[in-house]
Ligand binder design. Structure first.
Ligand SMILES: CC(C)(COP(=O)(O)OP(=O)(O)OC[C@H]1O[C@@H](n2cnc3c(N)ncnc32)[C@H](O)[C@@H]1OP(=O)(O)O)[C@@H](O)C(=O)NCCC(=O)NCCS
Length: 257
């Protein structure tokens, strides 16, 4: 657990480095204040240099106390080494010791890489879609793109991580992608929601889509907004994310159909 003002300042500096922006999401003063009141502030270190950060705080939603995780990031050269996973497991241990059962956070449905981590590795679930959660993004890359997010839930009391959910070949593919001549995927609606499990495609690398064709990135944003809204309205729960045929595939399921 980070506990000194110097560490909170290092956390603040790392926010800039990881997200490559001058804007600080959570300033050191707020980290300091919330650390005194149940926040979980973690750092990962290589030879005493901070290279990964996590920040979450106790939250109250509809009268229910849980933990809300606001930030997790690892410097690019240190990714895919198990550091993000180690930070999440330590967070879960601390939250459990605080007597709380559930950890929530928001994720971008267009960030398939992060969601292979969240759904595929950690085993989060989701039934809530937030339209434009943080307002329109202002950085150069994201300008004009609404900041829609999935709000995910992770059970703090589970023993092992849930086994990654695989895709069932019998599922209904409700949206796929048509590959354009320039190699970019265009969203295509194929079917209405039906049965126990449905699959929803998303670009594996939407940053590439955004750089090449911002209008196409916006079409994917609005397409996924529509499909997830329909799925959650119909009682489906988002339980998985897998990578296949150059795309990310979200798995929504409705047990007992
Ligand atoms: C998301 C993030 C924190 C993951 O941290 P990490 O240290 O790279 O993740 P780990 O090495 O612990 O990943 C554990 C497993 O999750 C999955 N995973 C993680 N990142 C993945 C990616 N980009 N693509 C596919 N799978 C991924 C893999 O199964 C991985 O195990 P493997 O490497 O043995 O295959 C990191 O990519 C990051 O800092 N991203 C930028 C900041 C950000 O977007 N934060 C939001 C987090 S929700």
């Amino acid at each position: 657990m980070l506990s000194t003002v110097e560490e909170f300042r290092a956390h603040e500096r790392l926010q800039r480095e990881i997200w490559g922006s001058d804007k600080i999401d959570v300033p050191a003063n707020l980290l300091t204040a919330s650390a005194r009141h149940g926040a979980v502030l973690l750092g990962a270190f290589v030879e005493r240099r901070m290279i990964g950060i996590l920040y979450g705080f106790p939250a109250l939603t509809d009268g229910r106390v849980h933990h809300h995780s606001h930030m997790l990031g690892v410097l690019a050269p240190y990714r895919r080494l198990g550091i993000g996973l180690a930070l999440k497991l330590r967070q879960r241990e601390i939250v459990r010791a605080q007597g709380l059962d559930e950890i929530t956070w928001t994720v971008d449905p267009l960030e398939v890489g992060n969601n292979l981590f969240n759904f595929g590795r950690l085993g989060v679930v989701c039934d809530t879609y937030i339209v434009d959660a943080y307002g329109e993004m202002v950085d150069a890359l994201n300008r004009g793109l609404p900041s829609d997010r999935l709000e995910v839930r992770w059970m703090a009391r589970e023993g092992d991580l849930s086994a990654p959910t695989g895709a069932s070949p019998a599922a209904t593919v409700i949206t796929a992608a048509e590959w354009r001549r320039d190699g970019l995927p265009e969203p295509r609606r194929l079917a209405t929601l039906a049965g126990v499990e449905c699959h929803i495609a998303a670009p594996r690398d939407y940053r590439a889509v955004q750089r090449a064709d911002p209008d196409l990135a916006l079409r994917w944003r609005l397409h996924l907004r529509q499909v997830f809204a329909e799925a959650f309205e119909a009682g489906y729960i988002l339980t998985g994310c897998v990578e296949q045929t150059g795309l990310g595939w979200y798995i929504v399921s409705k047990p007992g159909v």
